[in-house]
Design a protein around this ligand. Structure first.
Ligand SMILES: [Zn+2]
Ligand SMILES: [Zn+2]
Length: 77
């Protein structure tokens, strides 16, 4: 599934996250949520990479955190 996220979804995620990274991965080194500002370049990351781009299946990640996701560089973006 190579569906692209819509611009509206990005805006909705940005609103939901308060403009901050929603990453909660322990592998990143931040404790709890990342909360880095999402401005300029940031990534819509699908929680279930086989799923679709929907509000329940995506989180907003700063570029640093996106690099730490298991699916980074895997599959089409
Ligand atoms: Zn982050
Ligand atoms: Zn992170």
């Amino acid at each position: 599934m190579t569906e692209k996220p819509s611009e509206k979804l990005r805006i909705d995620v940005l609103t939901r996250s308060g403009g901050r990274c929603e990453c909660v991965m322990k592998t990143c080194g931040h404790s709890g949520r990342c909360t880095a500002m999402l401005r300029g370049q940031w990534e819509l990351h699908r929680i279930n990479t086989n799923g679709e781009y929907t509000m329940s299946n995506v989180i907003g990640l700063c570029q640093m955190c996106h690099r730490n996701t298991p699916s980074y560089g895997v599959g089409a973006r």
